[in-house]
Write a protein that binds this ligand. Structure first.
Ligand code: DGL
Length: 278
């Protein structure tokens, strides 16, 4: 197969990365896409850096063994702890690896008038301080406000995107950010599903969804490497999950607006990680 026709591999701990998948499908309508949701191990947000790196290495190995021309880490937590490591290894095979933190940070700096920027995300993402690093590097005068929101991913995975419980949990998490930032980065790929609730809770704040920025980043990276698909025919989408196939099928409806046509249950092993060991 021509390398340009290989799919872009996209992964997340669960369904959250489907927000990035959808954005890529819109920005790059002719690209074949292969999505993996590690539903057996979700959530990643409360795990140790070593564990998250190990999980990411397994997924990256599994996807590259199947054949992909690029990898998108559609998960902030995995981007925080595995981006550099995966990039180093994939560079040997000239496979670009794209994370979600840099594109989201660029968007936020451009959008914020006061340069007071909030970041909400999983405990792991916030603890890693990767957003602070990225924002500081882009604009040294940025003042950052961070808030971990560990309960949001389980609520969204449960499909409770409009539930009063989610509204109340969100209100509590966003309360400390009321005075301060004019822009808040949704630093978890699950959160765009509740953008409306966020905007209702803090109506004067701009919420940044890094999915679109990431899809544009992906497009320019592929163009730069002459990896964009030439054929302008319908692309193939294939979805992999490590557990709960039926639950994924149901929940993905909220993210994609339809059920995935081609869905497969896979097992990830230590052997999958081999290719991505440093
Ligand atoms: N969607 C992921 C993120 O962007 C992680 C959610 C989780 O597994 O905790 O951080």
């Amino acid at each position: 197969m021509n390398r340009k026709d290989l799919p872009i591999g996209i992964f997340d701990s669960g369904v959250g990365g489907l927000t990035v998948f959808s954005a890529i499908a819109k920005t790059l309508p002719y690209e074949n896409l292969l999505y993996l949701g590690d539903t057996a191990r979700v959530p990643y947000g409360s795990r140790s850096p070593e564990t998250i790196l190990r999980y990411a290495q397994r997924i990256a190995g599994h996807l590259t063994n199947r054949g992909v021309k690029a990898l998108v880490i559609a998960c902030n937590t995995a981007t925080s702890y595995a981006l550099r490591e995966l990039q180093d290894v994939a560079a040997r095979e000239s496979i670009p690896v794209i994370g979600v933190i840099q594109p989201g940070s660029i968007d936020a700096v451009q959008s914020s008038k006061t340069q007071k920027i909030g970041v909400i995300g999983t405990e792991g993402t916030i603890r890693s301080r990767k957003y602070e690093e990225a924002l500081q590097a882009l604009s040294p005068e940025v003042q950052t406000y961070t808030q971990p929101c560990p309960l949001l991913v389980p609520l969204i995975e449960e499909g409770w995107t409009k539930d009063p419980v989610t509204v109340e949990v969100l209100r509590r998490y966003l309360e400390p950010l009321k005075e301060g930032p004019d822009t808040i980065i949704m630093g978890c790929t699950h959160y765009p599903l509740i953008t409306e609730l966020m905007e209702q809770t803090l109506p004067n704040v701009t919420f940044i969804n890094s999915a679109v920025a990431t899809s544009k980043f992906c497009k320019s990276e592929l163009a730069l490497r002459s990896l964009l698909r030439k054929e302008h025919t319908s692309p193939q989408y294939h979805f992999l999950v490590t557990d709960n196939l039926e639950k994924f099928r149901k929940i993905s409806y909220y993210f994609l607006g339809q059920e995935p046509q081609s869905l497969e249950l896979v097992d990830l092993t230590e052997e999958d990680a081999e290719r991505f060991k440093l």
